[in-house]
Design a protein around this ligand. Sequence first.
Ligand code: PSV
Ligand code: MN
Ligand code: MN
Length: 397
Amino acid sequence: MAEQNLALVKSALSRQRIETPSWAYGNSGTRFKVFAQAGVPRTVHEKLDDAARVHQHTGVAPLVALHIPWDRTEDYAALAEYAGERGLRLGAINANVFQEDEYKLGSVTNPDPAVRRKALDHLMECADIMDATGSRDLKLWFSDGLNYPGQDDLRARQERLAEALWSVYERLGPDQRLVLEYKLFEPAFYATDVPDWGTSYAHCLKLGPKARVCVDTGHHAPGTNIEFIVAFLLGEQKLGAFDFNSRFYADDDLMVGAADPFQLFRILYEVRAGGGLPGTPESAESDPGIAFMLDQCHNIEPKIPAIIRSVMNVQEATAKALLVDREALRDAQQSGDVLGANAVLMDAYNTDVRPLLGEVREELGADRDPMAAYAASGWAEAIVRDRVGGRQAGWGA
Ligand code: PSV
Ligand code: MN
Ligand code: MN
């Protein structure tokens, strides 16, 4: 590859930021069992300590998303300072209106106005927290939906949802955004109030420029062309964030890039083509500010190395996307050369980018091989030794 292009690829890779979720550091489980791991954080501060290790070894993961109330603490400004002392920043604030008894029939779409009020109060509290932490994004995912036909009025629920979203939107500061996540099904099985990107997009469009769609890669029907959704939303300036993870069947929350690295590459190629990667010619005009977040749970594998591996998987797919020869691709597309165009993409995908990423990491002052560096660091042994007693923080804690 020409020297100049290589420099560009490296610069874009060193500018990418991958946000890790606080809950991935804690214990988590399936509907059937939580397998507790030794050394897991007991507090949100310890989650940040672990996140700092991920950032230290990879050099590209300085942001940590919080989930409220799982990460509730007395002083959020002090927490942001604690993060800052470790080279981190607090990222998206994830609201949680899905774990209290009152929400059995929904939160912001609940037929009972008192329950809707309670849910909205929580969303407002999350906005207050964003003010204290300096977070840009409020991430909204609603478990609201119906199990049985006739259980509630589908259209009335959309109106209640729009009303709540509007109140939140009005509360946001000029540099704050809301990102609205969708999910095909679960926990509701018959109908979900925000089941797909179209519903999220329609609400965000009505709200205005500070409302964007969050694409959780695990929240689609099998076979869905996620890169099409990404390309479309980017084109409309409505792609706000990713929740990266892998799925085989449902909302599996496995490591991103583990189930289908080719899909991850296709998604990141569309991000690049749509100008979503800062430091590329495609993004020269404006950076759409996409948050590249992980939303995963490590139920049987050790958590910190799983998060390091996930960050590396996103980087590898990004590097391959950056290697696509756009000019050759355009020429092949223009001349109707189907196989030639496909070969341009496949050539990039089949490139071993690990040595290149090793160089990028070294230039960032991180480790060429983050997995090996973490294993040799002694951190895994130290946390097992030191974090005894107390209640281990985790999913739903
Ligand atoms: C819902 O399945 C979801 O993807 C949302 O982002 C939640 O906040 C997160 O999972 C919690 O694990
Ligand atoms: Mn998610
Ligand atoms: Mn999910």
